[in-house]
Design a protein around this ligand. Structure first.
Ligand SMILES: Cc1ncc(COP(=O)(O)O)c(C=O)c1O
Length: 444
């Protein structure tokens, strides 16, 4: 028997790269780094036009006003701003959040608001208090990648529901509920982004809103309404929130990331009273309390600055960029591509000619100095390879135009290759996908 001790750098289990690999909790299996993360390091080089990232464009923020408000805050209220605070969040900010939500028809009480570390944390807390492994969360197809990551990390089964140009399709929702329940699964909630959807750029039509609420009410399914872009519409007044017409069956999530500063990390959940209690307990065990300083800085900004005027400016800036994106798509993209015209938010969803795989094409696009996010990132089930998300929020209109020009060149070369050498391996994509398919392995 060999009693030689193992060399110190040789793990007894796991792999050389991660000696803990056998010890992680099962829930970490769903926590995987994006396959395209490495490419994004390259995509962030200045010579690459990135139509990939969804970073809010905060270049118009009056930094002097924000700086002064923060200086005054510390001078007048430093001992509170630099101290722990309440697990539910700052009372004054919660009142102001109710004023913000009133713009979308919501009549809420500050007692029912929980401040969170961005709305991302609100998605996490809601999932934490509702979902056991194997529970089903219904999501649009496609859906927000950050929420899909949360659902995966809590070992939920995501079932995607078809969207069309008017948003979530009510009949597909009804059908999915029936099919999932027939398979003996428990649906915990519908996660939906009704306005200026990330990534699809679509808005749920007004006539569909009561239909979606009615279906969920009838089937006793909670709605998680995620609305970070709601005030960033390009035309008309803000859309009426689902929560405005249904207080008991909807948890509403909001954020100051897109309308003020993502660096503040301040978002919120508005929840039915009993759920709110559980969210506060979950918040306390996650962070003790949301950061006092950020909350009070946001509150000071809302008090001292014309924040609605600032949002108006942001909407105009984003609309100009949307227009640049639409013009460039029309001018340069092959006729066999399709896209929608978003009327708010940051994103447009492009459907590629049959057989083109957006993920396989990405390295060639980055070589041609343009980046996007392949559609597969926004599906939990491997669909979406025939689509991509383009964002118009960050680059200047000129850079957007140049980026689309480069992208169209890459696409044309790709299509030519396919014509010359044939279809190659078949790709999966949105093509032909309609609603929720019969239960497959992910439901058994
Ligand atoms: C749909 C959606 N929900 C939630 C978030 C999270 O935003 P934050 O945590 O900054 O409030 C984002 C950010 O991009 C988003 O697009």
């Amino acid at each position: 028997m060999d009693n030689t001790p193992a060399p110190r750098d040789t793990p007894r289990s796991g792999t050389r790269l991660d000696s803990y690999v056998d010890r992680y909790a099962a829930r970490t299996a769903g926590m995987t780094a994006s396959e395209i993360r490495a490419l994004f390091a390259v995509a962030s080089r200045p010579e690459v036009v990135s139509l990939a990232g969804g970073m809010p464009n905060i270049s118009g923020l009056p930094l002097d006003v924000v700086g002064n408000a923060i200086g005054d805050l510390i001078a007048a209220n430093g001992p509170v701003a630099l101290q722990y605070g309440s697990g539910q969040g700052d009372p004054r900010l919660r009142e102001q959040i109710c004023e913000v939500m009133r713009l979308e028809g919501i009549d809420a009480h500050p007692d029912d608001v929980v401040v969170t570390v961005g709305s991302q944390q609100a998605v996490d807390l809601v999932t934490r208090i509702f979902c056991d492994p194997g529970d089903v969360v219904l999501c649009e197809a496609p859906s927000y990648v950050g929420a899909l990551g949360v659902f995966k990390s809590f070992q939920c089964d995501v079932v995607h529901i078809e969207m069309d140009a008017d948003g979530l399709v009510p009949e597909a929702l009804e059908q999915a509920i029936t099919t999932v329940r027939a398979a003996g699964k428990t649906i915990k909630f519908l996660y939906t982004i009704p306005n200026f959807h990330n990534p699809a750029g679509i808005t749920l039509a007004p006539e569909r809103r009561p239909q979606v609420l009615e279906i969920c009410r009838r089937h006793d399914i909670l709605v998680l309404e995620d609305n970070p872009y709601g005030l960033l519409g390009f035309d008309g007044d803000p859309k009426r929130a689902l929560r405005a017409d249904e207080a008991e069956g909807v948890i509403y999530l909001g954020s100051f990331s897109k309308t003020f500063s993502p660096g503040m990390r301040v978002g919120w959940a508005l929840a039915p009273h009993a759920v709110r209690e559980k969210l506060v307990l979950a918040q306390e065990s996650a962070t003790l309390c949301p950061p006092s300083f950020s909350q009070m800085a946001v509150s000071a900004y809302l008090t001292t600055h014309d924040w609605q005027g600032q949002i108006k400016q942001m909407r105009e800036m984003y609309r100009e960029r949307r227009d640049a994106m639409m013009d460039a798509l029309r001018d340069y993209m092959p006729a066999s591509c399709a896209w929608n015209e978003p009327d708010g938010g940051f994103f447009v969803w492009v459907t590629l000619p049959p057989g083109i795989d957006a993920k396989a094409m990405l390295p060639r696009a980055v070589t041609a100095r343009v980046a996007y996010v392949p559609g597969t990132a926004f599906f939990a089930d491997g669909f979406g390879s025939g689509s991509m998300r383009l964002s118009f929020c960050y680059p200047t209109p000129e850079r957007i135009r140049e980026g689309v020009r480069r992208l169209a060149g890459v696409l044309e070369a790709e299509m030519e290759l396919r014509e010359t050498f044939g279809a190659g391996a078949p790709t999966r994509g949105l093509e032909g996908r309609s609603g929720y398919d019969a239960p497959s392995s992910d439901l058994s």
